[in-house]
Design a protein around this ligand. Structure first.
Ligand code: DAK
Length: 261
């Protein structure tokens, strides 16, 4: 891989977009490599992913403007589809994904972070959808995901004005869950990922699916989705062990790791 690194630490997979000379901007190769990296994740071994950017300045400074500048309408649409397909793969990936946003998250960078389940950022992070200043709309789901995350009014303000916001404002509007000093960001992301990884994997995956799928339908249908995914957890080894462990009143018991089943 030229622009993506993938490391495994315990049950956590760390995907780093590694194109620091262009502030980790997303060109076609980055998108293709990210797609291939997701396909290669061992979902039996890994229980949570972290997505971050290389260097200490930028998470992802957007789609690659140089590559986009010469696209025809048809090529622009194809580039948009390539990005949208991989962002959707990330969003619907069975395992939870934490975006550790270590600097600029502009345009496609803000959009890829919104395809992740959880966003935490450094004090130095900057967010924005600058596309209308470049003569285009957000093209990797920004109009849709930002509105769902922070509400239509705030999303419209940010997108129409193309104004960048700092970490504190991103926290205030609910775009990120927490802010850390830059050098604490990855340790905190890993701590959160490890906390997720120790829980019952089928239950965690089903929670992700229930929340994602439920948000796309009305409440009556959403509750049925939850019922089905709740039911799916029963008769698994993890459900039996988790409940038996709670009910076991012996004092010297030690909780075993959950198994994939
Ligand atoms: N693309 C390509 N190169 C980029 C880049 C980008 N988005 N952002 C930065 N770079 C490159 C710079 O050109 C520079 O390269 P060299 O000159 O060194 O070769 C290098 O990274 C360092 O950047 P700067 O010298 O500019 O660094 P500064 O610290 O001065 O400024 C900055 C940092 C992040 C404020 C600045 O680089 C900047 O404004 N970058 C552009 C941010 C931006 O506008 N991002 C949004 C891109 S638009 C669609 C599909 C997708 C999209 C839309 C539609 N469809 C098909 C419908 C998505 C659009 C976007 O994401």
């Amino acid at each position: 891989m030229e622009f993506i690194t993938y490391e495994v630490e315990g049950q956590v997979g760390i995907i780093t977009i590694n194109r620091p000379k262009a502030l980790n901007a997303l060109n076609s190769t980055v998108l293709e490599e990210l797609d291939a990296t997701l396909d290669a994740v061992d979902q039996n071994e890994i229980r949570c992913l972290i997505l971050t950017g290389a260097g200490d300045k930028s998470f992802v400074a957007g789609a690659d403007i140089a590559e986009m500048s010469t696209l025809t309408k048809a090529e622009g649409e194809a580039f948009g589809k390539k990005g949208n397909d991989v962002f959707r793969k990330l969003e619907t990936f069975p395992l939870p994904v934490i975006a550790a946003i270590n600097g600029f998250a502009l345009g496609g960078g803000c959009e890829i972070s919104m395809s992740c389940d959880i966003r935490i950022c450094s004090e130095t992070a900057v967010f924005g959808q600058p596309e209308v200043g470049l003569g285009i709309t957000p093209g990797f789901g920004g109009t849709q995901r930002l509105a769902r995350l922070v509400g239509a009014g705030m999303a419209k303000q940010l997108i129409y004005t193309a104004r960048n916001i700092k970490a504190e404002e991103a926290l205030r509007i609910g775009l990120v869950n927490a802010i850390y000093p830059l050098d604490e960001l990855m340790p905190q992301a890993k701590k959160m990922a490890a906390g997720i990884a120790k829980n019952a994997p089928i239950a965690v995956r089903n929670c992700k699916k229930a929340i994602n799928d439920g948000l796309e339908v009305d409440m009556d249908k959403a509750i049925v989705i939850e019922e089905k995914l709740f039911g799916d957890c029963f008769e698994t080894e993890d459900q039996k062990y988790g409940m038996e462990f709670f009910l076991d009143k012996s004092k010297d018991k030690v909780k075993e790791p959950f198994k994939n089943c």
